[in-house]
Design a protein around this ligand. Structure first.
Ligand SMILES: *Cc1c(COP(=O)(O)O)cnc(C)c1O
Length: 334
């Protein structure tokens, strides 16, 4: 069976780099959404909590109930709002404030320029009166950057908008709210973090997505993906491999199938631009649902050792490679 290894030392190394950068371990909120970026929600939550991380961020209620006992706070980014202790929900639109039960802890997300989700700046007063009328418990203010990993001034412009919102709301008498705005790239990029927490995902899993000139902090990938050999054969010059017979042997070679495919969340890609594994083996022909064929006869082959590198081959990003991996693949903690 294909399997994933999780390197605890590397995870802790990354958390330490982030803590050193922001000057505090207590300010880290580990983003565990989407099965902890494919690493395994419960394994990563437990390790983060053992390391001393106090705050977490998840995608929805069903993720929150599995891990909330490990953290002081858990922020739930979306989905149905169901009362749950120690957790707060992100409010993504003004109408959302009329749809949720009383006394729920909420954090207002402001649209400072990403124009994806969030309350608009001219809706602040309306939002505050809805919170009052509907007896909701406002505990935080947040925003999200659209281009923290790009060399533009947009980042600072969004920051300025958020500063004004914070000032306005605090002046209304809300003075014990936590504020947060930084994802990994913003956290690694900024000189001083004045926010109460940072929401870090990809950096904790080992990837610095900033252009190199920006921030040279080196992080270590936490996950590796391996597949096991199913069968081997020698194919002769001119014989073809797999569906659609896309691969033609130019000489006699040994090929083997390995037990990972698009059904496991591995990218099907383009058989004419073959994926090369970290050890230099090549996927021959098309990826099947549960199998690939490689020019190897090793018992076990590493398929991904650095998701950023793998992503380049598919013209995508590390996030997509990682989160796509099925939760059915067994995860071993190293
Ligand atoms: C996913 C997410 C993050 C984490 O982003 P990274 O780039 O992985 O650090 C932070 N904040 C919000 C709102 C998110 O959805």
């Amino acid at each position: 069976m294909a399997f994933i290894t999780i390197n605890q030392d590397n995870f802790y190394y990354n958390l330490k780099q982030i803590a050193l950068k922001i000057g505090s371990l207590d300010k880290i909120a580990i983003v565990l959404k989407d099965n902890a970026y494919g690493h395994g929600l419960e394994i990563m939550a437990k390790m983060a909590s053992d390391f001393g991380i106090k705050h977490s961020v998840v995608h929805n209620y069903s993720e929150a109930i599995k891990i909330k006992h490990l953290f002081k706070t858990t922020l739930i980014l979306g989905g149905e709002v169901i009362p749950i202790k120690r957790c707060s929900y992100v409010i993504n639109s003004i109408s959302h404030l009329d749809e949720i039960p009383e006394n729920i802890k909420i954090e207002l997300k402001f649209d400072t320029g990403m124009h994806r989700n969030g309350i608009k700046i001219n809706e602040i007063e309306e939002a505050l009166s809805k919170i009052d009328n509907n007896n909701l418990n406002l505990v935080g203010l947040m925003t999200h950057h659209r281009s923290s990993d790009e060399l533009t001034s947009e980042f600072f412009w969004q920051e300025k908008q958020f500063d004004e919102i914070k000032k306005f709301i605090k002046n209304k008498g809300f003075d014990s709210l936590r504020v947060h705005s930084c994802n990994s790239s913003a956290t690694l990029r900024k000189k001083f973090i004045t926010d109460d927490i940072v929401r870090v995902g990809i950096s904790a899993y080992g990837y610095n997505e900033l252009p190199k000139a920006f921030n040279p902090i080196k992080l270590k990938p936490v996950m590796k993906l391996y597949a096991k050999k199913v069968s081997s054969r020698i194919i002769q010059k001119g014989q073809r491999v797999g569906y659609g017979a896309d691969f033609i042997a130019l000489h006699d070679i040994t090929v083997s199938t390995y037990d990972i495919g698009y059904g496991d969340g591995w990218c099907r890609g383009d058989s004419l631009k073959s994926y090369i594994t970290p050890d230099g083996f090549k996927i021959l022909g098309r990826v099947s649902m549960d199998l690939i064929t490689l020019d190897s006869d090793q018992e076990e082959v590493c398929i991904v050792s650095n998701a950023q590198e793998s992503a380049k081959q598919f013209n995508t990003i590390s996030y997509e490679i990682l989160t796509a991996l099925s939760s059915n693949i067994i995860r071993y903690l190293l």
